[in-house]
Write a protein that binds this ligand. Structure first.
Ligand code: ADP
Length: 382
C-alpha cells in the first residue's frame, strides 16, 4: 500500500457537495500509511451525519477493494480545524505523508475550477456572448480545460452559438441525489438556462428566481476539473451579478464594450459594480468589440462606424488595459448564428483576433494570481 494507490482509490469516491471525486475536491488531507494502517483527514463541512457515515463507508470500501487487509481510519474534520492545525509536517521514516495544497478558505464552492472569469457589459447587443464563446474556445485551443456558465438568464444565447439548441443536460446520481451534467461542445463544457426553457420563457424569471438558478448552476451541476470557467453575465448591474459575487470567488472580469460614448456610460456603471469597496473583483481588461468595419476582400480599409477609443477610455477608468479590439466582420455573426464560432474557422481572418484575446486573458489571469490571493466571496448583510 502506498500513497499513490490510496489516492487512486479515493479518486473513486465522490464528494456529495460537488459531485467530483474527493481528491479533486481537495477534501482529503494528511494521508499517512504505516504498515496496514492508513489514516487521513476528510473535510466534511456542511454534511448531514448520515452522509458522513456513508462517505466513511465508501472510502473504506474503495481502499479495501485494493488492500483487503487495510485498517482504514478516516478523521472527519472541518475546514477551520484543519487550517488551524495546518498540514502535518512530521515525516518519520516509516510514515509517508500526503498533504494537499492548502485548501481554499474563501468559501469557493468550486474547488475543482482554477480560474473563474466573468464577461460583463453595460448594454445588451455589444457582443458579450460572442466574446465569451470565442474566448472560451481560444483558451481551449491553448490546451486549457474550459467551461462556460451562461449567466445571461434573459437572453441565453450560448446554446445557439454552440449549436446545442434543443439539447437537455444529462443527470448523474451522487449519493442518490440527481445532479446535472454540463453539455459538451467543441471540447468545452457548457450550462445554460436555455437548455431547460426557450429564450422567451427565460424572460419571465425575476430577482429571487434568477438567484436560485445561478445557485443551482454552481451547486447542482457536476462541473469537471477546469482551468477556466467563463461566465457570460447579463448586461448591466443586477441580481445575477450580485449573486455571482456572493457565491463564487471570481478571479477577474473582462468588460466588453463598443467604441461609442453612449455604450460607455453603462459600461462604466457595470464595471464600477465589480470595483465597489466590498466587492473588489479585479478587472482583467477591456474588449472593444465592433471597433471598425472592414470587408473581408479589403481588410486594410477600416471604417470607424461607432467612433473610436471607447475601449481605451473604459480601460483607463478601470485602471486596466485593452485586451483586444475586434472589428465588425460578417463571418463573426454568421459563426454565432450557425453554431460554429469564428475562432474555429481555420481560414477565417478573425480567428487570430480571438486567439490573441485568449492569450491576453491568460497572461492577465496569471499576473493577477501572482500578485493577489483568491478573490473573497462577498458577504452582504442586510
Ligand atoms: P450580447 O451578448 O452583448 O447581447 P451578442 O454576442 O449576442 O451580444 O452579439 C449581438 C449580435 O452581434 C449577434 O448577432 C452577434 O453575432 C453579432 N456580433 C457580435 N460581435 C460581432 C462582430 N465583431 N462582428 C459582427 N457581428 C458581431
Amino acid at each position: 500500500m502506498n500513497i499513490e494507490n490510496v489516492l487512486d482509490a479515493l479518486k473513486k469516491v465522490l464528494d456529495p457537495l460537488t459531485g467530483v471525486d474527493l481528491i479533486t475536491a481537495k477534501k482529503v488531507h494528511n494521508i499517512e500509511i504505516n504498515g496496514n494502517n492508513v489514516s487521513f483527514d476528510l473535510i466534511v463541512n456542511d454534511l448531514e451525519p448520515m452522509m458522513k457515515g456513508e462517505l466513511n463507508m465508501r472510502a473504506m470500501e474503495e481502499i479495501q477493494k485494493v488492500f483487503k487487509e487495510a485498517n482504514v481510519n478516516v478523521n472527519m474534520v472541518t475546514k477551520e480545524s484543519l487550517s488551524a492545525a495546518g498540514p502535518k509536517t512530521e515525516q518519520k521514516e516509516e510514515y509517508k505523508t500526503f498533504v494537499q495544497p492548502l485548501i481554499d478558505l474563501s468559501g469557493n464552492p468550486l474547488p475543482q475550477v482554477k480560474n473563474i472569469i466573468a464577461v460583463a457589459s453595460g448594454k445588451g447587443g455589444v457582443g458579450k456572448s460572442t466574446v465569451t464563446i470565442n474566448l472560451a474556445l481560444g483558451l481551449k485551443e491553448m490546451g486549457y480545460k474550459v467551461g462556460i456558465l451562461d449567466g445571461d438568464m434573459y437572453g441565453p444565447s450560448i446554446p445557439t452559438m454552440l449549436n446545442l439548441v434543443g439539447q437537455r443536460p444529462g443527470l448523474k446520481k451522487v449519493y442518490g441525489i440527481d445532479k446535472l451534467l454540463p453539455i459538451e461542445a467543441y471540447g468545452i463544457h457548457a450550462m445554460s438556462i436555455g437548455f431547460f426553457v426557450n429564450p422567451e420563457q427565460a424572460v419571465v424569471l425575476r430577482g429571487p428566481k434568477l438567484d436560485g438558478v445561478m445557485k443551482q448552476f454552481v451547486k447542482d451541476v457536476v462541473w469537471p476539473d477546469l482551468d477556466f470557467m467563463i461566465i457570460d453575465l447579463p448586461p448591466g448591474t443586477g441580481d445575477v451579478q450580485l449573486s455571482l459575487v456572493q457565491l463564487l470567488s471570481v478571479t477577474g472580469v473582462v468588460m466588453v464594450t463598443t467604441p461609442q460614448q453612449v455604450a460607455l456610460d453603462d459600461a462604466v456603471k457595470a464595471m464600477n459594480m465589480f470595483m465597489m469597496n466590498n466587492v473588489e473583483v479585479p478587472i482583467l481588461g477591456v474588449v472593444e468589440n465592433m471597433s471598425w468595419f472592414s470587408c473581408e476582400e479589403a481588410p486594410e480599409k477600416k471604417f470607424y462606424l461607432f467612433g473610436k477609443d471607447g475601449g481605451k477610455v473604459l480601460a483607463e477608468k478601470g485602471g486596466t488595459e485593452v485586451l483586444a479590439q475586434i472589428p465588425i466582420v460578417e463571418s463573426i455573426r454568421e459563426g454565432g448564428d450557425s453554431g460554429k464560432p469564428a475562432v474555429l474557422i481555420e481560414d477565417s481572418p478573425v480567428r487570430q483576433y480571438y486567439l490573441d484575446l485568449a492569450a491576453a486573458v491568460d497572461k492577465q489571469t496569471q499576473l493577477r494570481n501572482e500578485v493577489a490571493g483568491p478573490t473573497k466571496v462577498v458577504k452582504i448583510t442586510t
